[in-house]
Design a protein around this ligand. Structure first.
Ligand SMILES: [Mg+2]
Length: 435
């Protein structure tokens, strides 16, 4: 037996607002940040658990305080019972009745729980000597189902239905794992599409994305319709008539405005319309989906928990499920959402980018391919080429696909020197501004 001796937290912020990387219609000046934690034990095996919540700057300290409140649950605890029953560990953290009052199961406190849960998964995968995707994909259907809290889900997905989905995916698991190792998981890139870029830069980055092998790009929209029409026309001309080009409004519109704006862009045939309105507005998404059909709606990066995902699916409001590694209650709740998507027959196309989101979420799509949905068809993981150099196991993209990581862990460990150099001191240092 070993004991968790500390959970150390760091307020890490990168000055990305100085280059307009990451600018969109609602977030013009993000400083990509991580409320970061490290779980340390007395096992003497050198293994630590790393996790984080992605934020975009101000409020990272608030997120960190929430992580500190959750971490009290695990400091001083024996490691093995926690890691051996991750379903119970997750349920215990979510079930703290006093902290639950601050949600329930939504927002800063829920994301803090997710970060702690993910750090425990990182530790568990390192101890198992496997990358997280493989650890999860090699679990039995019973073990995977034991991770999921079916409370509030059973009107749409029962434990028995989840088991049936996983058992149906068992044949061929070894072959799909081999395929994954051979050819990776398809990626799309948002790099060309940030609002702050010039038309020339947009066209150049579209050409580069195609040359790099990406099979889809995405444009940020929603600030100015004339600009969007011009930018979408440029992208369509560069990429050709059949290349998938998604658009992302980052919650910019009211329901009718979303319908009107997307219809004005319909001639360019958006592959999907992402986050057209408030992430909480299930009925609004359903109305938009009806109003812009057959153009599909996608959302999820700000969907706060499995319950809202369930309703979006029940209401036929979305066609693509965009899970996020640090928005909900961690790996466990994302397994629930993968199972919901499988039940409703919807492709999971994760949100990524930010800092560390690509490194973390790829494991969930790879689990989905090997052991849940059983296919990569129509699925892509977002990729943005920012800040990967700060991670111990940065994502590897080849030919427009994520290579399956082989290093043990969840991909969530940042380089110690990056944590040190970018720890927030109240102002970004001038020396980092050019970086
Ligand atoms: Mg988005």
């Amino acid at each position: 037996m070993s004991t968790i001796v500390s959970v150390d937290v760091s307020d890490v912020r990168f000055p990305t607002s100085q280059s307009l990387d990451g600018s969109d219609a609602m977030n013009p000046d993000p400083d990509y940040s991580a409320a970061y934690l490290v779980v340390r034990t007395d096992a003497g095996d050198g293994h630590e658990g790393h996790g984080f919540v992605f934020t975009i700057g101000r409020g990272n300290d608030v997120q960190l305080a929430a992580i500190g409140a959750v971490a009290e649950h695990i400091v001083g605890r024996e490691v093995e019972p926690l890691l051996d029953d991750m379903g119970a560990a997750s349920a215990e953290l979510i079930g703290d009745s006093q902290l639950r009052w601050l949600g329930p199961e939504k927002g800063v406190m829920h994301m803090a729980i997710g970060a702690v849960v993910n750090a425990l998964w990182d530790l568990k995968a390192k101890r198992a000597g496997m990358p997280l995707w493989q650890l999860l994909a090699r679990m039995s259907p019973e073990e995977l189902v034991s991770l999921v809290d079916f409370r509030y889900l059973s009107d749409a997905l029962t434990r028995d239905e989840a088991l049936a989905i996983l058992r149906a995916a068992e044949p061929g698991k070894a072959e799909r794992e081999a395929q994954l190792l051979e050819s990776g998981f398809p990626a799309y890139t948002t790099t060309p599409g940030w609002l702050g870029y010039s038309d020339e830069k947009l066209a150049r980055l579209c050409r580069e994305a195609m040359a790099d092998g990406f099979t889809q790009i995405k444009l940020k929209v929603g600030a100015d319709l004339d600009d969007d029409i011009r930018r979408f026309r440029i992208a369509r001309e560069v990429c050709g008539p059949d290349f998938p080009i998604a658009i992302d409004a980052n919650q910019r519109w009211d329901v009718q405005a979303a319908i009107d704006w997307v219809q004005a862009l319909a001639e360019f045939r958006p592959h999907w319309v992402e986050e057209p309105t408030s992430p909480d507005d299930v009925l609004g998404h359903a109305a938009i989906a009806r109003g812009i059909a057959p153009i599909p709606v996608a959302t999820g990066e700000h969907v706060q928990n499995r319950v809202v995902f369930k309703q979006l699916m029940q209401a036929d409001a979305i066609s693509f499920v965009q899970i996020d590694a640090t928005r909900v209650g961690g790996v466990n709740e994302n397994v629930a959402i993968l199972l919901l998507a499988a039940k409703f027959g919807l492709p999971v196309c994760p949100h990524a980018g930010g800092v560390g989101l690509c490194e973390a979420v790829q494991h969930l799509s790879m689990l989905d391919f090997v052991a849940v949905a059983g296919t990569r068809e129509g699925r892509v993981i977002e990729f943005v080429d920012h800040l990967h150099e700060h991670f111990v196991t940065p994502t590897v993209i080849e030919g427009g696909a994520y290579r399956a990581p082989l290093t043990p862990g969840a991909g969530t460990e940042m380089l110690a020197e990056s944590v040190r150099d970018y720890t927030w001191t109240g102002a970004h240092r001038v020396a980092t501004a050019a970086g």
